[in-house]
Ligand binder design. Structure first.
Ligand SMILES: C[S@@+](CC[C@H](N)C(=O)[O-])C[C@H]1O[C@@H](n2cnc3c(N)ncnc32)[C@H](O)[C@@H]1O
Length: 204
């Protein structure tokens, strides 16, 4: 496992206190199960599963990275987050679960991804896009790192306290306006959460 600093995006990195609070209270979000099973369902249809590279942008405490690493035999699962404390918590939990071989973590915002061009088969952004410091720069980075057949899987939460700018519709429109095509979408609503799963691809 590697932990290195690419860009700390200080304007959107969270404080240690907020990272600790988030991890303790929402670190394993009830929707992560459906998020992970949706990824696995899609990835299992691919022929080259063992050589895939996955990238979780704004991975927080690494709950989804760990769930994917424990269920999928793929080459690399990379988690990035600009909040150093999140990466510390994610690295420790991953070590404790014995999932070091496939995983890497970097302190990095979406705006500066520590990955070479076209290396990523599946990029995820779970409840993180509305936190990005510069959405256009982040999306340009996602396009740079995705391989042409790759997918960008975005999960957005519907919450009454969020601005209209953070709604599923607004985020979807911004991503499409930046060159991605919506391939599939689903909604999951329970007493605990209401989320949208959006799957994008790049134009041919
Ligand atoms: C609501 S949490 C979601 C964490 C995790 N994806 C999950 O589902 O539990 C949002 C995360 O976005 C991260 N974040 C803030 N600014 C970011 C940026 N510019 N690029 C990527 N992630 C960012 C925060 O540090 C935080 O860990």
């Amino acid at each position: 496992m590697t932990t290195k600093v690419c860009d700390t995006s200080p304007s959107t990195a969270w404080s240690d206190e907020l990272a600790d609070w988030y991890s303790a209270n929402h670190g394993v979000h009830p929707s992560h199960e459906i998020v992970v099973s949706t990824c696995i369902e899609h990835l299992c249809t691919l022929e080259n599963k063992e050589t895939l590279t996955l990238l979780d942008i704004g991975c927080g405490n690494g709950s989804v990275v760990q769930a994917l690493a424990s269920q999928l035999q793929c080459d690399r699962i990379i988690g990035v987050d600009p909040t150093p404390r999140m990466i510390e918590i994610a690295s420790e939990a991953t070590r404790n679960q014995g999932l070091l071989t496939q995983t890497e973590y970097y302190v990095s915002g979406a705006e500066c991804l520590p990955v070479v061009d076209h290396e990523v088969d599946w990029a995820l952004a779970i409840y993180s896009v509305h936190h990005w410091h510069d959405l256009v720069m982040g999306l340009t980075e996602v396009k740079r790192v995705l391989n042409p057949a790759g997918r960008f899987f975005v999960v957005v939460e519907e919450r009454p306290d969020l601005d209209a700018d953070c709604s599923e519709l607004a985020i979807k429109e911004k991503i499409e306006a930046n060159g991605f095509l919506l391939e599939a979408q689903a909604t999951h609503k329970t007493d605990a959460y209401h989320c949208y799963l959006l799957l994008f691809r790049l134009p041919n």
